[in-house]
Design a protein. Structure first.
Length: 218
């Protein structure tokens, strides 16, 4: 296992201390979350089940014998665990490398506590090194791209990728995001945008890297 994969595994294992008996756990998407699902499977008899942010995670959860519920049926969740593509010192994130950003943002909003698990390489001082994903209605792709250019970005269509919601992804390069809360609000107002992969208005409550934790008291 590479040092990066070991960092992901350790962060995922560390998140298990937030899982309490009887919980329905919100579960994100990606390679770090896959390690969390493996750990969660070891306690599958202690929990009610999970709410999944993607078809990929739903498949992994079911393969490991963990019941998967719809968010509409569970109501508010106590815990959501997910990864990130970037994380700044205020626990604000860029997510969406796996094209599941809309469902991830919905579950994060519906959860009391959001625990983010990353390897240390995902830490940055300022968001924007990783291209910012924006999920768009297909017919609005060019319109949204022009609006993103006006905001100083260089959008690239993630050709061949269709989200679980049937939409497309624009990856915006060249951004130096000094005010992620304002940019998240601004991009979400562009007609045709489903959501932007900035998790700043609702950041993570705790970030685990496998070697340290960054929480609201840090």
């Amino acid at each position: 296992m590479t040092p990066q994969e070991e960092g992901k595994r350790r962060a995922a294992r560390a998140a298990m201390r937030y899982v309490e008996n009887g919980m329905t756990v919100g579960v994100g998407t990606g390679s770090t979350v896959a390690h969390f699902i493996d750990a969660l499977a070891e306690r599958r008899h202690d929990i009610e089940g999970a709410v999944s942010s993607s078809e990929q995670s739903t498949r992994l959860l079911k393969e490991r014998g963990i019941p998967v519920f719809e968010l509409n049926a569970t109501g508010e969740l106590a815990l959501y665990v997910d990864g990130a593509d970037e994380c700044d010192p205020q626990r604000r994130l860029i997510k969406g490398g796996g094209a599941a950003l809309t469902r991830e943002k919905i579950i994060a909003a519906a959860s009391k506590q959001f625990v983010c698990i990353i390897d240390p390489s995902k830490r940055v001082d300022v968001l924007g090194r990783f291209p910012l994903p924006v999920e768009v209605i297909p017919m609005a792709r060019s319109h949204v791209a022009r609006a993103l250019v006006d905001r100083g970005g260089k959008p690239v269509w993630r050709d061949g990728v269709v989200t679980d919601n049937g939409n497309w992804i624009l990856d915006v390069h060249g951004l130096h995001i000094t005010d992620p809360v304002a940019l998240e609000r601004d991009i979400n107002q562009i007609v045709g945008v489903v959501t932007v992969g900035l998790f700043a208005q609702r950041p993570a409550d705790v970030v685990l890297t496998g070697d340290a934790a960054l929480d609201g008291n840090a």
